[in-house]
Design a protein around this ligand. Structure first.
Ligand SMILES: NC(=O)c1ccc[n+]([C@@H]2O[C@H](COP(=O)([O-])OP(=O)(O)OC[C@H]3O[C@@H](n4cnc5c(N)ncnc54)[C@H](OP(=O)(O)O)[C@@H]3O)[C@@H](O)[C@H]2O)c1
Length: 283
């Protein structure tokens, strides 16, 4: 069997299917988490805020799936030393999860994009649109659907190409294992571009109950996110992203998932139909 691929964020929306996808193809996947599964012989303790966990996780690793610490005000100080250590330990390929809203060089994930591209000849940066999982998990959007049957955004009618995290993971598995790199800067979307009012209509249909879209200002959205427990800085950042959706910047559909994996990306309707029970009650 080949050297293991280290999967950070292995319990998360994309990391979990990346681990499953790698193992399903006969690759070793070392699942990194702050709470590694004791039943998984290839799980490893890993914490971005504890650099003593980096070296053991990187032992014999040839490729890394990198999910930067989410919600951190500035992820760069913890990720930079990890990347330099990874290169020194012989890691050849890094596949970074970023966002369609973050260009190379932008603060945060964009700086990590820059670092990955500068350090590793073999790299891919996945830049997905918004995850369909936001409608059913512990995201504020999902909580609001469950609690008040409302989707509150500051996007107006602005459209975006919602994507299933499983499709992102399928691209990641290819990018981690293909003999040649599959591409360096990959903007990933689902099959269609939808507004939140359109998404609310689909949610209503699948749920069999009306769910309405509530359009608020970015300031109001930031206030609501902060009262849901996000830091003020992170709330402002998320709300500002909604402003960019409103302006039409994220109204795009790419063919990258199909081009790289051969699979048709999941539609929002199909995804929600498969998770209908999670729309109605807590996961
Ligand atoms: N949600 C979206 O719509 C969207 C869209 C585009 C891009 N993104 C990007 O996708 C990334 C993942 O977001 P997500 O919401 O889907 O989260 P997620 O991957 O479902 O969950 C976060 C993962 O990170 C791990 N983690 C968190 N803090 C950690 C720490 N200190 N040390 C080690 N591991 C840690 C968690 O593992 P343990 O708890 O097991 O340690 C968990 O597996 C973010 O960078 C986000 O910007 C999200």
């Amino acid at each position: 069997m080949s050297d293991p691929v280290l999967v950070t964020g292995a319990t998360g929306n994309t990391g979990a299917p990346v681990v499953a996808g790698l193992r399903g193809r006969g690759h070793r996947a070392r699942a990194a988490s702050r709470h590694p599964d004791p039943a998984d012989a290839d799980a490893v303790a890993f914490d971005w805020s504890d650099d003593a966990t980096f070296a053991p996780a990187l032992t014999d690793v040839r490729a890394v799936y990198l999910v930067a610490p989410a919600g951190a005000a500035d992820p760069v100080p913890s990720v930079r030393p990890f990347l330099h250590l990874a290169a020194a330990r012989g890691v050849r390929r890094v596949v970074l999860l970023s966002s369609s809203a973050v260009e190379r060089g932008h603060a945060g994930l964009g700086e990590i994009h820059d670092l990955v591209a500068g350090i590793f000849d073999e790299h891919a940066v996945l830049r997905p649109s918004w995850f369909m999982q936001n409608f059913v998990g512990d995201h504020p959007l999902a909580e609001s659907i469950r609690r008040t049957r409302e989707i509150v955004t500051a996007t107006g009618d602005g459209r975006l190409g919602f994507i299933d995290a499983a499709d992102i993971a399928a691209v990641a598995v290819e990018a981690l294992t293909a003999s040649e790199p599959v591409g360096e800067d990959l903007v990933l979307t689902g099959p269609e571009s939808l507004s939140y009012p359109e998404a609310a209509a689909i949610v209503s249909e699948v749920l069999g109950q009306p769910v309405r879209h509530v359009d608020v200002t970015t300031a109001e959205l930031a206030r609501r996110l902060a009262s849901a427990g996000y830091s003020a800085e992170f709330s402002d950042m998320l709300a500002a992203l909604d402003g960019r959706i409103r302006a039409g910047e994220q109204d795009l559909v790419t063919t990258t998932v199909r081009d790289i994996t051969g699979r048709t990306p999941t539609s929002l309707r199909h995804f929600l139909a498969g998770h209908a029970s999670r729309l109605a009650s807590s996961p």
